[in-house]
Design a protein around this ligand. Structure first.
Ligand code: ATP
Length: 222
């Protein structure tokens, strides 16, 4: 699903945020990405999302060299990828239903089909009964679940998350991780950047560890 071949990323001057990255993630895997603050976790995810371009090397996603995608193909490429952020980035002036529907609206999915898919996604995260609520009416954990529903509403082949439990207490964090495991169980490839080592240790998934932009460990904990 993902292959990094000798990938490096240099921002501006002479500083390598990522260097010499070589790894593969198979279709259907669930992988954690760990490392100290500034190790390069977000940069790595941004390369996969094509929010940044590598300075060196090649990245393949679903068999395609994403560096060769034409600008006009990028929106179609991104549709295969669901993204969950730490601060969930919900639109405060729209209710939960419309927040989750946003990716489908942008793609021009017909309204009836939008409604069906939004409700299916909200049902999976246990929030169907809150579809009319505004984001501020929900708890932090619920808001994060809305962020996950929005990320999966397109049925992406790949789900990426950057510190999705960063603002949550341990019990809510475990709930959120269980949701990612549910989506992984039905075939979605999942990659989660997190510094919550205690939680990661309990979950027994493969873990890639970055330090100063280099891959220093690749542990299969299954
Ligand atoms: N757009 C940018 N321009 C310049 N430097 C950047 C940019 N984005 C990230 N960096 C630098 O690249 C390095 C890696 O940052 P990155 O955000 O990828 O790390 P991280 O492991 O996700 O850290 P954190 O856990 O604190 O979010 C850091 O030194 C950071 O300052």
């Amino acid at each position: 699903m993902i292959a990094f071949e000798h990938v490096g990323k240099r921002y501006g001057g002479r500083f390598d945020a990522l260097a010499g990255l070589d790894f593969r993630v198979e279709r259907g895997e669930m992988v954690f990405l760990t490392g100290h603050s500034g190790a390069g976790k977000s940069s790595l995810l941004k390369l996969i999302m094509l929010l940044e371009r590598p300075s060196r090397g090649r990245i393949l996603v679903a068999g395609h060299d994403i560096g060769r995608l034409h600008t006009s193909q990028v929106p179609y490429y991104r549709r295969q990828i669901g993204v969950v952020f730490q601060d969930h980035q919900l639109l405060t002036d729209r209710n939960i239903f419309h927040n989750v529907a946003l990716p489908l609206m942008i793609q021009g999915v017909p309204p009836r089909e939008q409604a069906r898919r939004v409700r299916a996604a909200l049902d999976k995260v246990g929030l169907l009964h809150r579809e009319k609520a505004l984001p501020i009416e929900l708890s932090g954990g619920e808001q994060q679940r809305v962020g996950i529903a929005r990320a999966v509403v397109n049925k992406p082949a790949l789900l990426l998350a950057d510190e999705p439990t960063g603002n949550l207490d341990p019990a809510l964090s475990a709930d959120i991780m269980r949701l990612f495991e549910d989506f992984n169980r039905i075939g979605t490839t999942v990659m989660i950047a997190s510094h919550d080592l205690a939680l990661i240790a309990r979950l027994h998934h493969r873990t890639l560890e970055l330090s100063d932009g280099r891959l220093i460990a690749d542990k299969d904990a299954r």
